[in-house]
Structures are given as C-alpha cells and as structure tokens.
Ligand binder design. Structure first.
Ligand SMILES: [Fe+2]
Ligand SMILES: [Fe+2]
Length: 150
C-alpha cells in the first residue's frame, strides 16, 4: 500500500498555488509581495505533503478502527511529523506576515481578486494549525498505540 496525499488537500494546494502564480504577473508592489509569499510557500507545501499528508491519508482508517498490520511500516515516517511541526508553524507565521503585506498591496493597487487569494491562504494556514496538524498528530498516536510502540 502507498500513502497518497488526500485528494482534498492536493486540490486545495494546487488551486492556491496556481492562483498565487497568477498574482506574480500583476506587477507593481503586488507582484513583488506575491513573489515573497511564493518563496515561503513552495518549500512549506512540499514539507506538508511529505510529513502531514501521509498521516492524514490514514485518518479515516484510524478514526474507524481499521488500521491494519501492513500500515505499521508507516510508523517511522509519521513519527517524523512531531519534529517537523515547529518549523511548519514558524513558516506559517512568516507566510501570514507576507500575506498581510500582499493583501495591503493588492488592495492599494486594486487587485481585489489577489487580495482574496491572500485571505484564503491565511485561512488555509489557520485551518491547518487548528485541525489538520492536530489530526495528523492523532493518527501518529493511533499508529503507536496499535503497533505497541511508545
Ligand atoms: Fe497547506
Ligand atoms: Fe501550511
């Protein structure tokens, strides 16, 4: 079995990435701010897809008590998540700061659509911190419990 990034996360990341890429073409201060956001977001999303997404791929199995023996192989990889979380949270803080700049610039330069994209990205980061990261940690805990490691 392979761990695939849950479809909803993949789609949301692709959409946000595509819309941000569009904002790069706006030029002016808006374009510069969008570039600053992109610089942080690209490695950040890659890290999430490497460390958070695999745990979330097992979320429904864990929630419905359907973890099977073959899933034990994912334990070491999912265990890395806790170590990576502080960095991902710091990246969110940097991202949100850059996104607020982007919102200001886009509003000033009358790119209402781009300001909305920036706002969605802020909400995305918040949703991850409030729901997805904790859910991923719980999957790690469920795996540890199921396969008897502490
Ligand atoms: Fe994300
Ligand atoms: Fe994130």
């Amino acid at each position: 079995m392979e761990l695939t990034v849950p479809q909803s996360i993949q789609t949301e990341h692709q959409e946000l990435h595509r819309e941000l890429a569009g904002a790069l073409k706006a030029g002016g201060h808006t374009g510069e701010c969008a570039r600053a956001v992109m610089k942080v977001i690209q490695p950040h999303m890659a890290r999430e897809e490497e460390y958070v997404a695999p745990a979330l791929a097992l979320l429904s199995a864990a929630a419905e008590n359907r973890l099977t023996d073959d899933m034990a192989v994912f334990l070491p990889r999912i265990a890395l998540l806790r170590g990576e979380l502080p960095r991902m949270r710091r990246e969110h803080a940097t991202m949100v700061e850059a996104l607020r700049e982007l919102m200001r610039a886009a509003t000033e330069e009358r790119h209402a659509g781009i300001a909305r994209v920036a706002q969605r990205l802020v909400a995305h980061a918040q949703e991850e911190e409030e729901i997805l990261y904790p859910a991923a940690i719980l999957v790690g805990e469920a795996l540890k419990q199921r396969f008897g490691k502490t």
